[in-house]
Structure formats: C-alpha cells, structure tokens
Design a protein around this ligand. Structure first.
Ligand code: ADP
Length: 722
C-alpha cells in the first residue's frame, strides 16, 4: 500500500502521511480529502511514497480524490519557493491557492426550459405570454420564464407537461469563451511594432524571457502586450495567460478591450468576485480551459495547468505587495513563477520601479521602449505651483493659478481632474476648546471627518461613529473642527468656484462597487462630468479623451513618513495622474501644488526627466545599501500591553543570530504603535544582496518562544514601515 504525503491549507510545518486505499489512483498534485483530527479536510498530495516509509505507524486513509487535474509540479515548486522566501509555511501558501473550494467539484446543474416548437393543445393568454417570453430570453429556469412573462409557476408547469416547453439539464457555471488570437489588432506605430516584434519572437520561441515594457502613459503598452498574448495563444493551443492589474477598478474598462481584441472576455479573478464567479474561474483555470485570466495579485496563486505568459501591468504599483498573512510582492513572485514555469513575462509601466530599472540596465530584463503616444495625443505639460509664493486664500486649498485654470478649462468645454490622496472631508478633527485630536479607540490613528455621511472614520481599522456634538474629552459643545483637506472639502471649494459645473468625487467611498466605478468612469469618459476629484483610484489606466487639466492639490502628502520609497512613489503616482491629461487631440496640462518645488521628484516631474530622477534614487540607495542593492526584512511584534511587547522585543533582540553583513535595527515602537488595542514594536534587518535574508529570518523566528498573546510577523522586502 502506498503512502501519500498530504499538504493541508493550514499553517502547519509540513505534509502529513496517509495510507492510500487499494484501487485509489493518486499522483503528486492530486486534490484529496483526508481526516485531520476529527474533521475531513481538503489537501494536495505532495508526494507518493512506497510503503517502506510507514514503519510500524498506523496511518489513516485518504478518503477521496477530486476530479480536478493534479496540481502541476511547477506549481508545487512555486508554493515551496514562496513559503521559504516569505518565511511562511507551505500550508499557508496553499491556503492562498485553495480559495474557491467549489471549483474542485464539477459545476452544479440546473434545469432550464426552452420552447420545443410544438403548440399546446389549448392556448390561453397566459400560455401565449409564457411561450413568447421563453422564445425571447432563450433557455432559462422555470422561475425566470415565469417572471419574465408575468405568469404563475403553474402555467410553466402546464406547458412543460404538454411538451410545448422542454427541459434540459445544464451546468450553472459555463466555460469561458475561447479567445481568438487571429483577430486583427490596432495598426501599430513603428515604435509599437518594433516592441511587438520582439515580444512575438520571444513568445514564438517559448521559455522564460523577462521583458520590461517601458512606455510613457498612453503609449499603447496594452496594444503591444496584446501581440505577445496573441502569439502565445497561436503557438500553443493549450497556453494559459495571466494578466495582472493592480486595481479592480481598472479591470472593468480593460475587460472590454480584451473582448474587442480577442473576441472573448477573459476570466476575471480578484477579491471582490462573488463566490459563484470565483469557483467558476478557479475550476476553468485548473482544468486549463480558461485561457486568459485577468486579475489582481492573488491571481498568481491560481492552479494553471500550462501558464505560458504573465503580464504584470503597472508593475511599479504598491498594491502588488500583500501586507497581511503571507506577505509577498506579486511582481517579484511573478518573475519567479515564470522562471519555474518556463514562461514569458512582461512587466509594463510608464514609471518602472527602481528594482525593475536596475534589472533592465543589468540586462537581466530586456527593455522595450515606447517614447510617444500614438496619433495626435501628446504628453501633458507639467508646471509646479510653489505654494510658498502663491498660496491659496485663507480657508481654501486651491491656489489662484489652479483655480483660474479650472475656470478656463470649464469655459473651453473641457474636463478637469483634481487629485488629492485623502478620502473624506478632513483628515484630522480637533477640539477648538481643549485642543484634543480625536483618535480611533485602541489605535494610534486620527479619525477622518466624512461630511457626506456625517461620520468620523478610522481608515486603518474601519471604526466609525456619527460626529459627536460635543468634545468627548472636555464636553465643549460644537467645538469639533475638521483640519486639512480631503476630497470632499476640495469638492466644496470647486462648487463655489464653478457653480454650474458637474462635480463628482471618485474614491473608495463613492466607488464602492464595480457598478459605481463603471458608472463614474464611463460618465467621465463620455464628458458628462466637468470636474472629477479623486484619490489614487483615479491615477490608473483610465482614458478620458476630453480631459485636459490635471491639478495635484497636495503633491507633498506622500513624502511624509520617512519611507525609503517615498520619493519614488510620489514621482510614480504624480506622473500617472498627470498622464491622464491630453489623451486625444487636445493638449493637456498638469499643475502641481507643492511646498517643496526643489525636491528631485518635483523637478523630474516638471522636466519629464524620469531617468534623471531614477539615477539620483539609484545613487542614494546604492550608497546606503538599500534595495535593490541590499536586502531588507522586518519583524513586527505585537501584544495587548506595552510591557508585554517590550519584554518580548528585548528577548527577541538578544536572540537575533549573528550573521556576516547583517545588521539588526530596533526594537523601536512602530510609527503606528497601537492598532486595535495591540502594541507594536518593529525590528528592521538590513543585509548585503548576497545574503539569504529569508533563511536568516527563519532561523531567528525559530528560536523565539512568544507567549500565547504575542504575535510575530515577518515581512521580507517591506514596502510599508508603519
Ligand atoms: P498605455 O497602456 O501605455 O497607457 P494604452 O494601450 O491604454 O496605453 O493606449 C492608450 C490609448 O491609445 C488607448 O485608447 C488605445 O486604444 C490607443 N492606442 C494605442 N495604440 C494605438 C494605435 N497604434 N492605434 C490606435 N490607437 C491606439
């Protein structure tokens, strides 16, 4: 009797051994159920051994095998790699793969009815209506036909009994339509065609080949990587392609571009997907039938059978870093996954991360450049507004220059976009009487005033209360005052400035669902909105042809916090935002309000000198051995009291192993030192590039014995230092 080593999607250190019952056909990668403790669990066979490893142990038996194709070896290797790199257990990574258990089983079925063409012996008005509705809507459930026709269930049943409607059993989850790679793409410009040719050549050959598609905003990067997708599909009739995007908001508009190019919408995957859609995508991916998947970072952990090409669009985007649970960077993991799969990979961006740029310079990635927008579209002119010399009027946030530009733009019948990366009305609420700053209970974070909902909200924990009439500290009446601007407050100012304009806010508060997002984006694209005021959600991917003015309200807000990538991130975000302007014939401009116009990020933005900016960043990071020239990892401890966490932090500091070229900084209170009543301390570990910092962190973690109420998390390549 063989033995199966089964990995469960739980944070366990290793797979468990089970006996394989006689006649059960198992291979490495099979999805199975087996008893674990008192419950039946789903897991994946990691290896199959012969009986010798059993010794005299009595083993429980595998219970059942799912009818899902086994997980390929490359995927299992990837899980092992991701676990070791992120200092997580393989089971925790497997947990990210098994996110839609319904996908392991065949689709549920339902009975649908359709007209047979036979007339019922007796016709009534209700029957005529029902047959008409059934003809119109095509095969559908009895309930749907009854509803469409406005008749009772009895009428439908009667028609079925007479044979006028016939029943068929169909799968609820339908397969995705197949993409057609032979449809024609756009007429490429010569620069686009040159890039597409290289991508097609690599895709035609197959194998691991990393590219950086480095093209200014609106230069047609999507059109170019479509060519790589088409070639991959043509070369291999079972090839699967993953296109990763940072935001769900982006997915909506781009789905229809895929539809146009390949005659079929791709399979979507993101955290907001309803369960039914998740299980459908998961199943179709696992069976190899979903050929193009478009998704957020977690789509990297789907069980593709034949992953042949990965596109990471907007590869510089911070949302590729997952901060909870298994902390991974989806771009970096995608490169590793492509390597293990022997697949192509295209990283696309107008503002590549320094990490990616350095890889392109060293020749590890092939850089393909797109320097211009197609047709008449031009990159916008960027000017800086020095807020020290041209400040807004008291109580306002827009400088006279920007206010004037908004008026001009409206008068010309064109659209404006104002960018401010702060939700709500005011990011801070203070009491005029006692000076109290209102914080979230048990959390070291200020409450933001939201005027539309009349609430004070903690953006970290989601805690919210109606805005009180009196100060919770001193009891003074009507003394609470919002300080600083959020998008709602800027909207208020624009309303006074342009009383006839249609003004909309675009933030995670107004675009809560896919439907709301779609509606805002399409109304803006169709020119129905005069001024859109948005948070970073507006920065990405959208094409608004009539948008000619972009105003950045507070360019400096991202520079606080002492984060090593603050300058880089600010530059990336602001050039993406500015890049929304001038997408069609009309030239665009961007006005950037700043109190620090001499900072390298601002100067580079004004001069369109991205490479000059990257060169300065590169020098600073190389000098300080920061990524990508050195490695960083963080260890974060948390406990319910400051004393407990300090005690543990002291022990942890003393237990840190010595290592050549490794420096441990800390413990220090985290910048947000209390979250949901838990006190937090951080260590930052820096090492030379050649050091296996994951192994070091794993060794350190292993010797720590935290008490039950203390948590330890490890973040390799941290992007957030809070
Ligand atoms: P990027 O991804 O670089 O921001 P997109 O691929 O979204 O750019 O292209 C920007 C806009 O220009 C899109 O509306 C796209 O359809 C259009 N476009 C790009 N290349 C061409 C081309 N060669 N011919 C016509 N339209 C193009």
């Amino acid at each position: 009797m063989a033995i199966a080593r089964i990995l469960f999607p739980l944070p366990l250190p290793e797979p468990f051994d089970y006996a394989v019952p006689e006649g059960m056909d198992l291979v490495p990668g099979s999805y199975v159920t087996a008893p674990l403790g008192k419950v039946e669990r789903t897991g994946v066979v990691w290896s199959v051994e012969d009986d010798e490893v059993r010794g005299d142990r009595v083993l429980k038996e595998v219970l059942s095998v799912y009818p899902t194709p086994p997980m390929p070896e490359s995927m299992r290797k990837f899980i092992g790699f991701a676990a070791a790199y992120t200092v997580s257990s393989p089971g925790a990574v497997l947990g990210m793969v098994l996110r839609a258990r319904g996908g392991l089983r065949p689709s549920p079925t339902e009975t649908q009815l359709e007209v047979s063409g036979e007339e019922p012996p007796r016709m009534t008005e209700a029957r005529t209506n029902a047959l008409g509705a059934a003809r119109d809507i095509g095969p559908a459930s009895a309930a749907n036909i009854a509803e469409a026709a406005g008749v009772s269930a009895g009428v439908i049943k009667g028609l079925k009994d007479t044979g006028a409607l016939i029943a068929r059993t169909v799968d609820v989850d339908q397969p995705f339509p197949l993409p057609d790679p032979s449809l024609p793409g756009a007429d490429l410009t010569s620069e686009q065609a040159a890039a597409a040719k290289e991508l097609r050549a690599a895709a035609g050959k197959g194998g691991f080949a990393p590219f950086l598609l480095d093209g200014v905003t609106g230069s047609g990067k999507t059109e170019v990587y479509f060519e790589a997708i088409a070639e991959t599909l043509q070369r291999d009739h079972s090839a699967q392609i993953l296109v990763m995007l940072p935001e769900i908001a982006l997915t909506q508009a781009i789905l229809s571009r895929f539809d146009e190019r390949f005659g079929a919408a791709p399979a979507p995957w993101h955290s907001g997907l309803p369960d039914k859609e998740r299980r459908r995508t998961w199943r179709e991916v696992a069976h190899g039938r979903a050929r193009i998947v478009i998704g957020a970072r977690s789509a990297l952990f789907l069980p593709y059978r034949n992953l042949s090409l990965i596109v990471v669009d907007e590869e510089h985007d911070g949302s590729y870093k997952q901060e909870d649970g298994v902390t991974y960077h989806a771009r970096d993991m995608a490169v590793m996954r492509a390597k293990l799969e022997g697949a192509g990979i295209v990283l696309a961006s107008a503002t590549p991360a320094l990490e990616t740029s350095v890889n392109a310079e060293s020749g590890r990635y092939t850089r393909l450049k797109l320097s211009a927008r197609p047709g008449a579209a031009r990159l916008p002119d960027v000017s800086l507004i020095d807020m020290r010399t041209a400040p807004p009027e008291k109580g306002c946030w827009l400088s006279p220059h920007l206010a004037h530009a908004l008026q001009q733009t409206q008068a010309a019948g064109e659209q404006s976009l104002l960018f401010l990366n702060r939700r709500g009305y005011a990011p801070l609420v203070i009491c005029k009487a006692c000076g109290e700053r209102l914080k979230s209970p048990g959390t070291d974070n200020w409450l933001t005033e939201h005027r539309y909902t009349g609430r004070l909200v903690c953006h970290l924990t989601g805690y919210s209360i109606p805005k009180p009439d009196t100060c919770p500290q001193c009891g003074a009446k009507d003394s609470l005052m919002g300080v600083g601007p959020g998008v709602e407050r800027v909207a208020e100012e624009v309303r006074t400035l342009l009383p006839n304009a249609v003004i909309e806010i675009f933030s995670s508060d107004t675009a809560r669902s896919g439907e709301e997002t779609r509606s805002l984006v399409s109304r803006m694209a169709d020119g129905e909105i005069d001024v859109m005021i948005g948070t970073q959600i507006v920065a990405k991917g959208h094409n608004f042809p009539n948008l000619t003015l972009v105003g950045v309200v507070d360019a400096d807000s991202g520079m606080q916090g002492g984060d090593l990538r603050a300058g880089e991130r600010t530059y990336q975000l602001l050039s993406q935002v500015a890049g929304r302007a001038g997408r069609a014939e009309r030239p665009g401009r961007a006005l950037v309000q700043t109190y620090a116009p001499d900072m390298p990020a601002m100067l580079a933005l004004r001069d369109g000198d991205r490479d000059g900016f990257l060169a300065i960043e590169r020098e600073v990071r190389a000098e300080m051995s920061l990524p990508p020239f050195g490695r960083l990892a963080a260890m974060i401890l948390s406990a319910p009291s400051a004393d407990a966490v300090d005690k543990m932090a002291l022990e942890a500091g003393a237990a840190a192993p010595h290592g050549d070229g490794i420096t441990v900084y800390g413990p220090a209170p985290a910048p947000i030192s209390v979250v949901r009543g838990r006190h937090r301390r951080r260590f930052l570990v820096q090492s030379a590039k050649s050091v296996d910092l994951s192994a070091y962190m794993a060794a350190w973690r292993k010797v720590l014995k935290p008490p039950a109420n203390t948590r330890i998390s490890i973040d390799i390549d941290p992007y957030s230092f809070l």
